[in-house]
Design a protein around this ligand. Structure first.
Ligand code: NAP
Length: 346
């Protein structure tokens, strides 16, 4: 067994940071050697700085690690970043410039032309942007890669399956997003209890633009974005984990329902450590997917699709569901790191 990569986590005390800590416990390729967060946490052991909010105990191995400030260098080979975008831009660049690969979960760099926005099963060839980025930004050993917005993960995979086979012309999506998507303490109980909030700051533009880059083609220098239009409305709902997307899609080329189903069902998963057996799982039960029942499908890494039918206005409609802090955040970034190892970039 080759050596484990030493990992730092920026934003380690937060909702996504804690999920990184949980998913990296006993990971065969990675060990956590550095944790960093805000001035409120720096200087304290992780056990004291972090109010652990996940099921199960905080892993013993991280309890005594002293949280550091979010500035390079850290004692690690690369960093995962789960910082708020307000601080991510400057900090992630500083780490990349200091020679650290940055595997980011923040939105700060996702749409920059030279930054890969990755879902490994869909677009690993976008990794070619790393060389472009190094050249343009003058990074030597360091670089930045990103994973998509958590709501996108609930429907970009089935969309990719349809786009590859039939071409996608337009998409109408309504997202029902979990409370944990807002971080901790996030939305107040007073606001969300017995309620649905029809506004998530900054979310709709992300949902309307990221999929075209993810499904775009890398031409050796840049990603030519796909040309379909997305219209999105994003809601916060009273669910702890698991983002749901209600999707209607118009295709460029017509298909039978069976053809659409097969395209999704046959979209292959990868063979990386965190890859689920099924990338997209189609459930037949009329009342599924549901966040509480289906978010942990494939250890939180599978996208569950249901309610797939012809639509009266668009061609087809379906409901997609994914775990927002696993496939939509920490799990996605860890899969990206595994991809970098697989492609011998790390
Ligand atoms: P969170 O629970 O609010 O955690 C934020 C983390 O960043 C904490 O560790 C916090 O440290 C640290 N931090 C905050 N302000 C800082 C500052 N000025 N300087 C240094 N560190 C600072 O947020 P989150 O939900 O984990 O989200 C983190 C990032 O992931 C965001 O960019 C978010 O958009 C993205 N994201 C989140 C989800 C999700 O489902 N939650 C999904 C996809 C992407 P302290 O504890 O010391 O304050």
């Amino acid at each position: 067994m080759s050596r484990k990569y030493r990992v730092g986590i920026l934003g380690a005390t937060g909702t996504v940071g804690q999920r990184f800590v949980q998913l990296l416990e006993n990971h065969p390729q990675f060990e956590i050697t550095a944790l960093a967060a805000s001035d409120r946490s720096a200087g304290k052991p992780f056990s004291e700085a972090c109010a652990w909010k996940l099921a199960g105990a905080m892993p013993e191995s991280v309890k005594s690690i002293v949280v550091e400030a979010i500035a390079p260098p850290l004692d690690c080979d690369f960093v995962f970043s789960s910082l708020p975008s307000s601080v991510a831009r400057e900090t992630e660049e500083a780490f990349a410039r200091a020679g650290f690969p940055v595997i980011s979960n923040s939105s700060a760099y996702r749409m920059d032309a030279d930054i890969p926005l990755l879902i490994p099963e869909i677009n690993f060839e976008h990794l070619g942007l790393i060389e472009v980025q190094k050249r343009k930004r003058g990074f030597e050993k360091g670089f930045i890669i990103t994973n998509p917005n958590c709501a996108i993960m609930s429907f970009a995979p089935p969309l990719a399956a349809l786009d590859r086979k039939f071409g996608v012309e337009s998409v109408f999506v309504t997202t029902l997003q979990a409370i944990s998507g807002a971080g901790y303490p996030g939305v107040s109980a007073f606001d969300i209890t017995e309620n649905v909030l029809p506004y998530i700051a900054g979310e709709e533009p992300k949902v309307e633009t990221e999929a075209q880059k993810i499904l775009g083609k890398f031409n050796g220098e840049t990603v030519e974005k796909s040309d379909f239009i997305v219209s999105a409305q994003c809601f916060r709902v009273n669910v702890i984990d698991g983002h749901t997307a209600s999707v209607r899609v118009k295709l460029k080329q017509t298909s039978t329902l069976e053809g659409v189903m097969e395209a999704m069902r046959n979209f292959p998963s990868l063979k990386l450590y965190s890859s689920p057996e099924k990338f997209i799982d189609i459930c037949d039960e009329p009342s599924r997917p549901q966040p509480r029942l289906d978010r942990d499908n494939g250890k939180g890494m599978t996208i569950t699709v249901g309610r797939l039918f012809p639509d009266n206005i668009f061609d087809y409609r379906f409901v997609g569901l994914s775990h927002n802090t696993v496939r939509g955040a920490a799990g996605a970034a860890i899969l990206n790191a595994e991809l970098l190892i697989d492609k011998r970039i790390l």
